[in-house]
Ligand binder design. Structure first.
Ligand SMILES: [Zn+2]
Length: 349
C-alpha cells in the first residue's frame, strides 16, 4: 500500500524462509513483492502533513482513507490479463467471498465469460510468475495496470516447486488477502495497535531481508508498525485477520511464544467481516455474516451501527481535503502541491 507504487504483497513465502520444510513443499518464492515501494505509512503521511495536528489530522486521514475505498454498492469491474479459464474461475470463486460482507459488486464477466482486459477496468489481474503476489490498494487499482499479480496461479492446477499441486487452502488464502488489499485493507500485523516492533528479532529480520534482496528500509516497510493509519484498520489488532502475515517464529525474540507470531490465517476473521461491512455498509439493513467455506465461524452481525457518512463525490472530497489543509495553516503552494498529489494518486486525474 503505497500511494505511489501502492503495491502490496502477500504472505506465505516469508514463512518458507526460515522453514526449510515448507520451502520444499511451497512455491519457494522468497516473499511478497514488497520491493515496489516505500511503505504505506510514509506515503500516507505525505498526504497527511505534519502541520495538521490532533483532530484535524484525523479528519485529513479520514478523507484520504475514504478516497481510497470504493463507494458502497459500487460495481467494480475486474478483468484478467492472462491465465487459464480454470485460473479465472478460481479467482472469481474466492474473491466473491468478500461480497458476502462488503457491499461492493465485483463484476468479473462479460458476455458470460471471465472478462479479458481491454482498458478502463477497475481491477486488472495478471499472473506473471516470479513477480510476486501483490495488489494495488483500493481505488488506486484504477491507475495501475496490472493492479494485482498472482504469480503461479495462472493455470488450472498451480503446483509447488516439487511438482505437487498447491493446496486449495493456500491459493484461497492468498487470493482473499490480495482482494482484501484491493478493497482497501492494510496488513494487520502492521496495525498501529499491533505492538510487535519490540517483539521482532530485527537481526533475524534483516538476515531474512538479505535473502530476499531487501534493504533495511524495505524490511521496516514490511514489518514495522504503521502510524497514523488507524482508519484503515480495526482499532484493536486482529491476529486472526486474513491480512496478518504468518511470519516465521524465528523472527521473534520469543519465537512461537510471541503474541505476534500467528499460524496461517486461512479465513476471513470475524473482524475482517465486520470491518468490511462497516467500510461498505448496506444502508439500514443489518448484515448477518455467514460462515465462509473453510471454517464454521460464528456469524457476526453488523447490527444497528449506523453507516458512516460517506462522501462519494470526487470533487467534493478533493475540496474537503484542500479545505482541511487550509485549516491546518499550510502555505498556499504546499496546499496546491498536495491537493494535486491527492487528486492524481487517488483519482488518476
Ligand atoms: Zn499483503
Amino acid at each position: 500500500m503505497r500511494l505511489r507504487s501502492f503495491a502490496l504483497c502477500a504472505v506465505p513465502a516469508m514463512m518458507a524462509l526460515a522453514s526449510p520444510a515448507s520451502a520444499q513443499s511451497g512455491f519457494a518464492f522468497p516473499s511478497c513483492l514488497a520491493s515496489l515501494s516505500s511503505g504505506p505509512g510514509g506515503q500516507l503521511n505525505r498526504l497527511v502533513p505534519a502541520e495538521a495536528k490532533g483532530p484535524l489530522a484525523r479528519q485529513v486521514r479520514g478523507v484520504v482513507a475514504r478516497a481510497l475505498t470504493w463507494r458502497p454498492g459500487q460495481t467494480v469491474k475486474v478483468c484478467f490479463k492472462s491465465g487459464s479459464r480454470g485460473a479465472h474461475e478460481r479467482v472469481i470463486r474466492v474473491a466473491r467471498e468478500w461480497m458476502q460482507f462488503a457491499n461492493v459488486v465485483f463484476d468479473f464477466h462479460e458476455n458470460g465469460v471471465p472478462r479479458q482486459c481491454r482498458g478502463g477496468e477497475d481491477i486488472k489481474v495478471d499472473f506473471v510468475d516470479n513477480k510476486g503476489w501483490w495488489s494495488a490498494y483500493g481505488t488506486i487499482s484504477r491507475q495501475r495496470d496490472p493492479s494485482m499479480n498472482l504469480q503461479f496461479f495462472g493455470v488450472d492446477t498451480p503446483r509447488y516447486t516439487n511438482g505437487q499441486p498447491a493446496s486449495e487452502l493456500e491459493l484461497r488464502r492468498i487470493i482473499l488477502h490480495e482482494f482484501g488489499h484491493a478493497l482497501g485493507m492494510m496488513h494487520e500485523h502492521q496495525s498501529p495497535s499491533a505492538e510487535c516492533d519490540s517483539e521482532i528479532n530485527w537481526d533475524a529480520a534483516y538476515r531474512m531481508g538479505t535473502n530476499l534482496g531487501w534493504d533495511k528500509e524495505m524490511v521496516h516497510s514490511q514489518m514495522r508498525q504503521l502510524t497514523n493509519v488507524e482508519e484503515f484498520n480495526m482499532t484493536a489488532v486482529d491476529r486472526k485477520s486474513i491480512m496478518h502475515y504468518s511470519l516465521a517464529p524465528e523472527l521473534f525474540k520469543l519465537g512461537r511464544n510471541s503474541k505476534c507470531w500467528v499460524p496461517d490465517n486461512n479465513d476471513l476473521s470475524e473482524q475482517d467481516r465486520r470491518f468490511m461491512a462497516s467500510v461498505y455498509p448496506r444502508d439500514g439493513v443489518p448484515v448477518a455474516s455467514t460462515p465462509s467455506t473453510s471454517s464454521g465461524g460464528a456469524g457476526a452481525t453488523r447490527g444497528a451501527k449506523p453507516p458512516v457518512a460517506l462522501v462519494n463525490d470526487k470533487e467534493a472530497l478533493i475540496k474537503q481535503y484542500e479545505e482541511l489543509l487550509k485549516q491546518a495553516g499550510l502555505a498556499a503552494d504546499k496546499i496546491a502541491q498536495l491537493t494535486r498529489e491527492f487528486r492524481t494518486n487517488v483519482f488518476g486525474q
